[in-house]
Design a protein around this ligand. Sequence first.
Ligand code: SF4
Length: 511
Amino acid sequence: MKNKELYLYERKHNNLGDFVVWMAFPGIYSFSLSSLGYLWMFKTIDEIDGVQIERICSDTKSPKFRVKDVRLFGFSFSFDTDFLTIFSMLEKYKIPLKSCDRTNDEPLIFAGGPVVTANPEPYKEFFDFFIIGDGEEVNAIAVEICRTSKDRKEALKRLSEIEGIYVPGLSQKVKKLTKKLTECIYTPIISEDAFFKNTFIIEMARGCANRCGFCLASYLNLPLRCVPYEKLLKTIELGLTYTNKIALLGAQISAHPHFHDICSYIYNRIQAGENIEMSVSSLRVDAITPDVVKTLVAAGQRNSTLAIEAGSERLRKTINKNLSEEQIFNAVKIARENNLNGLKFYGMIGLPTETQNDLESTVKLAREIKKINKGFDLSFGFSSFVPKPNTPFQWCGRENTKSLEEKAAYLKKELHKLGISTNISSIKWDYWQAVLSRGDESLNDFVLEVYKQGGKLGAFKSAAKKLNIDTDYFATRNYAFTDKLPWDFIEINPGKDFLIKENNRLLTDFI
Ligand code: SF4
């Protein structure tokens, strides 16, 4: 299987190091090959002298190294429910799940990624340490410390003194790491077995300056950082020497000052006869210009996703998504006139201050777009609001499940009448996501129990019942600004005072 992988950097084949690291992806092999952050983390450790590293996925059958030789075992933790796969991987290799049960014979277990950067507390008993924030550089320091410490006790003590590393039980305050994007991050391995087959993924920008009140991708990654244009071009050229498929990634790639130049560059190469396929992560409505759409179409994209978040202008303003109806209509017109086949609109239900009027506005908007753009493929996707740590809406409780399900059913029915297909995330799963998202350390036993009971929806409910946990406390309760929050010990810019101000500005001024 592995010989179908093409490495885009030179590996140290004469690496004789005896310090073995497993870098784990809590999912199947094909997904791991399309995970930019995971692969880049692997590359940064792979380039350290004297270290041997192996990638491990949930479906890895026979690893090259034996677990008894592994000293460090790192997990990428990107989704709230990744803990389920992580626990099963630890058990597969007979590693005790709780950190306190591990000895010097077991590897040190760590995790990094957006979920644990935002709030590691519900999982703190299972990991020896966490990387909080951008881990590209601190990885190498962590490896060096673990390699040169006589035992786990010494390693953890030394790790707790490093900025951006959280060692439960030892660290007091932890500062989130924010890296300057002076280089371009890309998938260092290309494979036809990847979920996005043979695709070269490039990170154009990190963060989003728009600061929608609910958005973790924005607030966890402020300020918006853009890769320098020349580096970006050079990296695209590198990718195109190996494959014709490239994907541009970033929460707000259109905010890159050279986004249009990149599009023209690709467009011109296609016009000159090259076969290049390019895809982009979802675009902001105001990024839809004729040039951009022409490039996407020439590069093989037939549909695109536009995140409008809410159907009414009032609610969009309230969440800081300042997007007028006129801009939305204009974007659809440009998309259609420049030969996209269709658009998918992405929205949320249950956002703070939402009323039935806002839902009716969504339906009205869909009706009008449909009327003006006959034959154009329109669809809608919705998820329900989940309060996320370190955002201005972190204090806002989620609406109850019954009322959200009624809202979901209303939208589905009304959009169906218009002939528009609708996809709505599971309201029940979103509820448990909210519990974990704002959870505290008391949830460690809960997540373990959920895992033991099989990890399905029913397991969450019955684990909460068994352990007598009031999960509504985490999911639906409005918190006061004076409440101590489980993730307060993580220092993230712009800080709590700013979040309070922003919460006041958004939720008071526009109601
Ligand atoms: S525009 Fe998108 S990525 Fe940016 S803050 Fe809003 S929701 Fe987040």
